[in-house]
Design a protein around this ligand. Structure first.
Ligand SMILES: *Cc1c(COP(=O)(O)O)cnc(C)c1O
Length: 469
């Protein structure tokens, strides 16, 4: 018999495995899940044997049993987990973008466990609109006439273009045909929306006359896209919103800006680059402005559309709106986040994204010193971990060139062990995600939360005692 057949015959039988499992180790785990885990493990071994990748199998039943129990527990644990963000990227799209404050968490909990006035007008007792719950607040904060919120900013752009430019021309600068990440590319989104894209200007320079010369009787929109995730430097020129608005008024064509991050606070007094705020773009006369809820605003995933009432009303009536609508948990969180912005100091204190972006390097360093104190000294006279200056990033495609002075804990292991450590930290119950710099594993303290501190201390203490052994 071939080696492969011999190995295949040694694979355990499912019913046998089920019978032999110690009941106390799989207590409260559904039988169907237990069975599936066993089937999957055996199937993956079979596949590896057939592919010639697996040359030996566990020799005794205790080893097999441990494999099955690990597989069952793995399948029974939540796929969607808390992680510790030690990357120093504040708005980390892959790690969930913005964190929410206590007031938002309470609001989400209420929206989930109680009936609410989601679409019920408490004054008239009639059907209400979910948007009305935040519309006035958004208008107060941005100075816009009207507003609507949808699933995310990609949806906001799609919906606005579909409403205002279906089968009609939208003029956009070649310097603004951006890709945001994933599959969001302005030309593709425009095509999906049914808008006909008319590109003008050059990659580095577009002038007002480029737009003017491209206007035809089929032009429905002048579109500006904030180039949030890259910079065009050198011999460049871009047409301002105010200039586009003056052209749009002459020709009776609305002007829309996709602002991307969409901050409500100018963060330049805290050393961050000056980005246009939503209020400024509204004041400059843009008819429609779209921005994200979970980038610089620091709220839940959402897309906010503000602008002139006549256009927002049209957007509200678009049937596509129903497919892109915001859910009740998001709405609950969004309202609480927005309310903080009535008072700038309150927003900076209560919106975690803003607190992290404006945190001062000395306070960040103190977090590191506190962890080091709790860890104790060197291992076998060798420094095991060090506090070093580093640079954090804003993330979320915002302020791409800008670094924030920060501090990191840096593991002083041999470069050869770095990727082993990285994998190991990622496999923890609460995975610790860091960054590799100069072939060393580092954890930037800017994005480490108060609740994370003692977990990190425990993780590092375990590593330290292993090194000492
Ligand atoms: C991020 C971004 C988007 C997409 O926003 P989401 O909220 O992630 O859907 C669209 N346009 C610009 C300019 C952006 O920066």
């Amino acid at each position: 018999m071939s080696d492969i057949n011999l190995l295949l015959r040694k694979l355990p039988k499912i019913d046998r495995v089920m019978d032999d499992l110690p009941p106390d180790l799989i207590i409260d785990i559904p039988v169907s899940l237990v069975k599936r885990s066993i089937q999957e493990l055996i199937a993956s071994k079979r596949k590896a044997i057939l592919a010639g990748e697996l040359k030996s199998l566990p020799g005794n039943s205790a080893d097999w049993q441990q494999l099955f129990i690990d597989a069952i527990h793995c399948k029974n644990s939540l796929n969607y987990k808390r992680v510790i963000n030690g990357t120093g990227v504040v708005i980390h799209t892959n790690l969930g973008r913005s964190l929410l404050g206590r007031d938002s968490i309470d609001a989400i909990q209420r929206a989930g466990s109680c009936y609410t006035n989601l679409e019920f007008d408490l004054v008239s007792g009639k059907r209400g609109s979910r948007y009305s719950l935040v519309e006035d607040i958004i208008c107060d904060l941005t100075g816009a006439e009207s507003a609507i919120v949808v699933n995310n900013n990609a949806a906001a752009v799609l919906l606005a273009l579909n409403t205002l430019s279906l089968n009609a021309e939208s003029i956009v600068s070649r310097g603004q045909l951006v890709e945001i990440g994933g599959s969001f590319r302005i030309p593709d989104v425009m095509a999906s929306s049914g808008a006909l894209m008319v590109e003008v200007g050059a990659t580095n320079r577009t002038h007002l006359f480029d737009y003017k010369n491209a206007i035809t009787e089929k032009t429905a929109l002048l579109l500006k896209v904030h180039t949030s995730n890259f910079r065009v430097i050198g011999f460049t020129s871009e047409v301002s919103v105010a200039e586009l608005v003056s052209l749009g008024r002459e020709e009776s064509i609305p002007v829309m800006e996709d602002l991307g991050s969409g901050s409500l606070i100018d963060l330049s007094p805290w050393g961050l680059p000056k980005e246009p705020t939503v209020q400024e773009i509204v004041k400059d006369g843009a008819d429609i402005v779209t921005f994200s809820g979970d980038k610089l605003l620091g709220g839940p995933q959402a897309g906010i559309i503000v602008g002139r009432k006549q256009y927002i009303d049209k957007i509200k009536r678009n049937p596509m709106n129903r497919a892109l609508r915001i859910d009740k948990f998001t709405l609950a969180a969004l309202e609480t986040v927005l309310r903080n912005y009535y008072d700038q100091d309150k927003a900076l204190a209560n919106v975690p994204t803003l607190s992290m972006l404006t945190a001062d390097a000395i306070a960040i360093k103190k977090k590191g010193q506190s962890i080091l104190r709790r860890l104790g000294g060197a291992v076998n006279n060798k420094t095991f971990i060090q506090l070093q200056a580093t640079v954090s990033r804003v993330g979320g495609g915002a302020m791409p060139e800008h670094g924030l002075d920060s501090w990191a804990l840096v593991l002083q292991e041999d470069a050869g062990k770095t990727s082993f450590l990285e994998n190991r930290f990622r496999a923890l119950d609460i995975p610790l995600i860091g960054r590799i710099e100069d072939e060393k594993m580092q954890f930037d303290l800017r994005t480490i939360q108060e609740d994370d501190m003692s977990i990190i201390v425990d993780i590092l203490k375990t590593l330290k005692s292993e090194l000492a052994a």
